[in-house]
Design a binder for this molecule. Structure first.
Ligand code: GLU
Length: 421
């Protein structure tokens, strides 16, 4: 077993490297190495049987020099303070790479949502909101969906905050249902953005997307829309990795390419893709080692690719759709193997960028069409890709380091201008 690296340590290493490369003195590292604020809360919930259970919740805010903190919150049994802090730090750099006026935020409640009824989930969401309400708001910190949180949860969240304030505050959270001030395109935005990145990857790597085989780990919100848009652009999705509560991890494989629209329908009907008939079921270990894959897209949780499975990967390109899916140890192994990694803070920034559009629309009370959202999204992501790719060539560093250089340079310039340093 390889040592499990803490997300905070992983991102601190990146910040340190970038500061050195940019010739920034240690003051910048000092300001960036930890979140500005972290709140740990008790989240009491009345369960359906009448008893009270308490859960631990968190919200972290990292470097708000560019604007209010922004980032999702997750409900998951593995949520820890360290994870939330690391994820908040990633959000700062993600927002800076795409140039949207936010700092980094992230939150979570340590719980297993699969064991909660819908009414318990609603009470948990409202209780979590009440606990963190002093530090959030449209000008302070704007949460959004993340792992196991969706538009319905955002609706309860916005409703509870609005009740505290006494008036509707749609701009307190993004990823809401459309009728409550959500934005067209937000649900699909992360996968849509990953697809924009995949198209750019094909351009710079001189590949034809219609001759490209892709494997995606995860068929949640990000993985499923990535699969859909990549296949609409002509790519063949040969494998999808998933997780099932009874059998654990597994993958579906079809060398002719999975029919993604059918897979969507199957999941909508059955709640799972486990027994999807038009595919062979393989193990996740076999999935990582598939030899007919050009682009591998981890779209689930952190640390999916580690020192154990990295040596077996045959794909030549990895596009990170999850946050932090590759451990630093695995990153080294992949580099030695000549595998090119396009980093998370660039490739999955479509979600937070569409969240930015939702917040802007809420503040203006004026709403855009899906075409407007998608074309603005595409422009921002293409520019970010070009900035990072340009830095990669200019500074002769990995694409991950290039993304941090672009982001930290922008943050450092503002620190200087504002007199923080
Ligand atoms: N949870 C998403 C992320 O990690 C979206 C955050 C947001 O929309 O604010 O980027």
């Amino acid at each position: 077993m390889s040592k499990k690296i803490s997300p905070v340590e992983a991102v601190q290493n990146e910040i340190k490297l970038a500061c050195e490369k940019l010739g920034l003195d240690n003051s910048y590292y000092e300001l960036l190495k930890e979140p500005e604020r972290v709140l740990v809360v008790q989240v009491p919930v009345r369960m359906d049987d009448g008893t009270i259970r308490t859960f631990t919740g968190y919200r972290a805010q990292h470097c708000t020099i560019m604007g209010p903190a922004k980032g999702g919150f997750r409900f998951h049994p593995d949520v820890t303070l360290d994870e939330v802090k690391g994820l908040a730090m990633w959000m700062t750099f993600k927002c800076a790479v795409v140039g949207i006026p936010y700092g980094g935020g992230k939150g979570g409640v340590c719980c297993n949502p699969a064991e909660l009824s819908k009414t318990e989930l609603e009470r948990l969401t409202r209780s979590y909101l009440r606990a963190i309400s002093p530090i959030i708001g449209p000008e302070k910190d704007i949460p959004a969906p993340d792992v196991n949180t969706n538009a319905q949860i955002m609706a309860w969240f916005m409703d509870e905050f609005s009740k505290i304030k006494g008036y509707n505050v749609p701009g307190v959270v993004t990823g809401k249902p459309i009728s409550l001030g959500g934005s067209y395109g937000r649900v699909q935005a992360t996968g849509y953005g990953v697809t924009v990145a995949v198209k750019k990857v094909c351009e710079v790597m001189k590949m034809d997307i219609s001759k490209t085989n892709i494997a995606i780990q995860g068929f949640g919100n990000v993985g499923s829309y990535t699969a859909l848009y990549c296949s609409k652009n002509g790519a063949k999705i040969v494998a999808v990795g998933e997780w099932d509560k009874d059998i654990g991890t597994y993958a579906l494989y079809n060398e002719q390419g999975l029919d993604i629209e059918k897979l969507f329908d199957y999941k909508a009907k059955n709640g799972t893709i486990l027994n999807f008939p038009e595919a062979k079921r393989i193990s996740l270990d076999e999935f990582w080692a598939l030899d007919d894959v050009d682009i591998l897209i981890p779209a689930a949780l952190e640390n999916a690719i580690d020192e154990n499975n990295a040596p077996n990967i045959k794909a030549k390109i990895i596009v990170e759709a999850a946050n932090g899916p590759i451990t630093p140890g695995a990153d080294k192994i992949l580099a030695e193997k000549g595998i090119t990694v396009f980093p998370d803070i660039l490739c999955n920034a479509g979600g937070v960028t569409a969240s930015y559009f939702e917040w802007v629309q809420n503040l203006m009370n004026f709403y855009w069409t899906v075409e407007e959202v998608n074309s603005k999204l595409e422009n921002i992501l293409i520019k970010a890709f070009d900035d990072v790719y340009g830095m990669h060539k200019e500074a002769n560093v990995s694409l991950r380091q290039a993304a941090y250089l672009v982001a930290i340079k922008r943050l450092a310039d503002n620190m200087k201008l504002r007199g923080w340093v």
